[in-house]
Design a protein. Structure first.
Length: 374
């Protein structure tokens, strides 16, 4: 037997933070937020934003101010011979090492900030609940949010959000996401140089990157805080939706035959692995006793054929599709286009305004009673 993988320092730290304050909230208390909880969440967001912005700004200042003021002393140029070049390559080796140390320190600090924010949000929302049989799984999901780890459990049940994309398309998509901060900084420096002219002080140009890195740090923690919030509220809401759907269609074989295709349609509309979608998929598949397959046979042009089903089955497919799209608490441009395509195929009876309102209600802790009753 292989040994269990040893947890990293940050995984152990995050687990300690998340399990230190356990809650006993149950049921709808977990996805309905009180005014007190909303106020607590607002304070957490403001404090976390400030920490991230200061870290991004300070990182740029600590990197470039010493470089421009004492560069000749602290970061001398060393000529390094390279076998395929005639002349030695001038490198500021000490500056490169210093840059790496600062980056590592900033990443370390932001990771701690992320973990503390996730823990604080979970506590404010009454999670993790000791009465939940999936307590450890929920804690693990929140740890993954804090450490920005991708969770690809969907692949274990045969659902692939990148279905239809080539391998290179997926790689290019991920590379673009990783380079956004560096590219933004480069473009801003280029803009500053153009505006101030070729004689602009180099320090001014380099320090112009402060708002860029501050912004991306703030954007990063915003993503993590939003993700924490929807993961905390999703499990009980998923259970409620699944039970309602099961009560209506437990004896409907036609609807059961569409479940896997519908779940895959949700996934491709997102083009990303999302843990809440995995929870929804496993909840639906288990409740309806659909055998799990790592390579299910998907029907081509499934969505185009939905109008051919019975009216009640068509309605159930539409509700499952929409719930799966809303369950991550936001509507991306891709999802909006997917919903418009579903309307054109006469699969989606709900308007864009309805969907926006319900998604906002879910994220802000007001529940989805109007949607569930529709």
């Amino acid at each position: 037997m292989s040994k269990p993988k040893k947890k990293s320092y940050f995984e152990r730290y995050a687990y300690d933070q998340l399990t230190r304050n356990k809650s006993d909230q149950v049921g709808e208390e977990l996805f309905l937020l009180s005014e007190k909880e909303i106020a607590a969440l607002r304070k957490i967001r403001i404090a976390t934003y400030l920490k991230a912005i200061i870290a991004g700004s300070l990182g740029v200042v600590l990197l470039y101010v010493p470089y421009h003021l004492w560069g000749d002393i602290l970061f001398p140029t060393t000529k390094v011979p390279v076998f395929f070049l005639n002349d030695p390559l001038p490198l500021e080796i000490e500056f490169l090492v210093y840059s790496v140390v600062l980056v590592i320190a900033e990443i370390w600090y932001l990771t701690v900030v992320n973990i503390k924010a996730v823990s604080a949000i979970a506590v404010a929302c009454g999670c993790p609940s000791t009465s939940d049989p999936n307590f450890e799984d929920n804690v693990g999901a929140l740890i993954a949010v804090g450490l920005e780890k991708k969770q690809k459990e969907l692949a274990s049940i045969g659902i692939n959000p990148y279905e239809g994309l080539s391998k290179w398309s997926v790689i290019l998509y991920q590379v673009v996401l990783k380079l956004k901060a560096a590219l933004s900084g480069f473009l801003l420096k280029l803009l500053v140089t153009k505006v101030l002219g070729r004689y602009a002080l180099r320090m001014i140009v380099d320090l112009a990157g402060i708002p860029v890195y501050a912004f991306w740090n703030a954007w990063g923690v915003r993503t993590i805080m939003n993700e924490t919030r929807v993961r905390v509220m999703a499990p009980p809401l998923i259970n409620k939706f699944t039970q309602k759907l099961y009560n209506e269609f437990k004896d409907n074989d036609q609807f059961k035959s569409t479940i896997y295709n519908t779940l895959q349609a949700i996934s491709t509309s997102k083009r990303s692995f999302h843990y809440n979608h995995f929870l929804l998929a496993t909840s639906i598949l288990n409740k309806f006793e659909i055998p799990v397959s790592t390579q299910p046979n998907y029907e081509e042009d499934f969505l185009k054929n939905v109008p051919k089903f019975d009216a009640e089955v068509e309605r159930a497919i539409a509700k499952l599709l929409l719930f799966g799209i809303m369950i991550d608490g936001r509507l991306s441009m891709r999802e909006k286009r997917a919903l418009q395509n579903l309307r054109e195929l006469k699969v989606m009876p709900y308007t864009e305004d309805q969907v926006k309102r319900w998604t906002k209600d879910y994220f802000e802790g007001r529940g989805l009673e109007e949607f569930l009753a529709s």
